[in-house]
Design a protein around this ligand. Structure first.
Ligand SMILES: [Ca+2]
Length: 455
């Protein structure tokens, strides 16, 4: 089969788009004609095989886009039997018959250079790019497509601010604010871009206090803005990294409001309206919801990637890996149990309550610390939890209210005023700082999407 020249790429994508639409129409026609005269199995397989290959490519792209899932020399990519089994449950044998000779429904090749036999299944040449090829085998038909992925890394910004208050700050709780000591000096500081009122019993002796309106604590001027710790480029990168869920899904995975049964759903899902999850365990791949998402009742849930146009309300939590999440409305985290999440970017208010632990210090097998940030104008962050939080909590353009008895291991940053009234400590912890790790953004490289000859 002839290889495509580069300049044909975008035309090809357009053509494939048209072909995909035609394929869906054809599938509908096939189903209609099947009802009338039985149809032909071959036509149907041709259509569905391409759909399966596309779902396989999408699923692999999302998987590699998860934080810390980019393949390495010690952990090269491999399609597990479990992933394959999960994938198969999305495509029942009745509609997607098994290929002869024991050929699997899906094969995936991840490699540095697809033109090289045995090209390693990780980024061996260090250019932060990998190819993904997915082949679907349905009946006696096969379809194979590929795309190149780019993996970009951004450093976490924990640069020594335990607390940043963009306006006046008030501390009246019994909680301490501390940082790891190095050679007798604190490694963290409390920055107050205004006046500081400290009346609580909490200790401040293992932290440096820098108050704009108190010259004794703030030589030299000028006072650092929040953007010194959270540069705009970094915030924009977080927003981008949080929006990895695909807005597109196959017609069978597109729902108008949805209340699914518990289970595992690997293929990309789109919900126009609200997604409601009741009691039970749910494991999702990429999920894109235009309305609200809420999880109530017992049981865990996790998402490889989640986009919520409205509010996200989670009362039951999960110890499973929960991938990048964007919430256009408000975020409410309550309940008990552990939530291991990497990144949540929120357009509205953030309210963290409940007794559960959120993420970990990243030491050994402990979960990595989380970044949970509101980027809405005047939108506040409220911490009333009694559990422990590990990572970075930010109200970029709003107020921060720390009223909980739980401890925050990491930092609290606010574009406007900050206040603390609870018994919870705020601890700038070097383990958390080191293991905040980086933000990883994985995107498809333009004009690399191709349909190729099946193997
Ligand atoms: Ca590479």
């Amino acid at each position: 089969m002839p290889r495509l020249r580069k300049e044909e790429g975008s035309t090809l994508i357009l053509l494939i788009g048209i072909v995909a639409v035609l394929a869906i129409l054809a599938a509908t026609l096939v189903m209609v004609s099947a009802n009338v005269q039985g149809g032909t199995t071959t036509d149907k397989e041709r259509v569905t095989t391409f759909d399966v290959a596309e779902a396989g490519l999408d699923a692999t792209t999302y998987l590699l886009g998860l934080q810390n899932m980019w393949p390495t020399a010690t952990a090269p990519y491999a399609l597990s039997q479990k992933d394959l089994d999960d994938f198969r449950t999305e495509f029942p044998v009745a509609d997607y018959p098994a290929a002869p000779g024991g050929k699997p429904l899906l094969t995936v090749r991840v490699c540095d250079d697809p033109s090289v036999t045995n090209s390693p299944a990780y980024d061996a040449n260090g250019d932060n790019k990998l190819w993904v090829e997915a082949q679907a085998n349905v009946g006696d038909k096969a379809a194979r497509i590929r795309v190149q992925l780019l993996h970009e890394t951004l450093s976490a910004p924990l640069l020594g601010a335990v607390v940043y208050s963009g306006d006046d700050a008030e501390k009246k709780g019994s909680g301490d604010i501390t940082s790891t000591m190095l050679n007798g000096q604190p490694t963290g500081a409390v920055y107050v871009n205004g006046e500081f009122k400290g009346v609580g019993s909490g200790e401040l002796d293992q932290v440096t206090l820098k108050v704009r309106d108190d010259a004794s604590t703030n030589p030299p001027y000028p006072f650092p803005p929040l953007s010194q710790f959270m540069p705009d480029t970094y915030v924009q990168s977080l927003i981008l990294a949080s929006k990895t869920a695909s807005a597109e899904a196959l017609p069978a995975n597109t729902h108008s409001g949805w209340k699914p049964d518990q289970g595992t759903y690997t293929a990309a899902i789109r919900v126009n309206g609200d997604l409601k999850l009741g009691a039970g365990d749910y494991t999702f791949g990429s999920v894109y919801v235009t309305g609200n998402v809420d999880k109530t009742g017992t049981g865990e849930c996790s998402f490889a990637a989640l986009y919520v146009g409205g509010n996200l309300d989670i009362s039951a939590k999960t110890t499973r890996t929960w991938g990048p999440t964007y919430v256009g409305g408000n975020l409410d985290l309550t309940g008990s149990g552990t939530l291991n999440v990497s990144l949540i970017v929120v357009g509205g208010e953030i309210d963290v309550a409940g007794s559960g632990q959120i993420s970990g210090d990243g030491v050994g097998t402990n979960a990595k610390p989380a970044t949970i940030i509101s980027v809405g104008q005047d939108k506040s962050v409220k911490w009333t939890g009694s559990g422990d939080f590990y990572g970075l909590l930010v109200a970029m353009y709003g107020e921060f209210d720390h009223a909980g008895s739980g401890n925050v291991h990491g930092a609290e940053l606010a574009g406007k005023s900050w206040k603390q009234s609870g018994a919870g400590d705020i601890m700038f912890n070097s383990d958390v700082s080191v293991n905040m790790g980086n933000v990883f953004i994985t995107t498809m490289v333009n004009n690399t999407w191709q349909e190729i000859s099946p193997l």
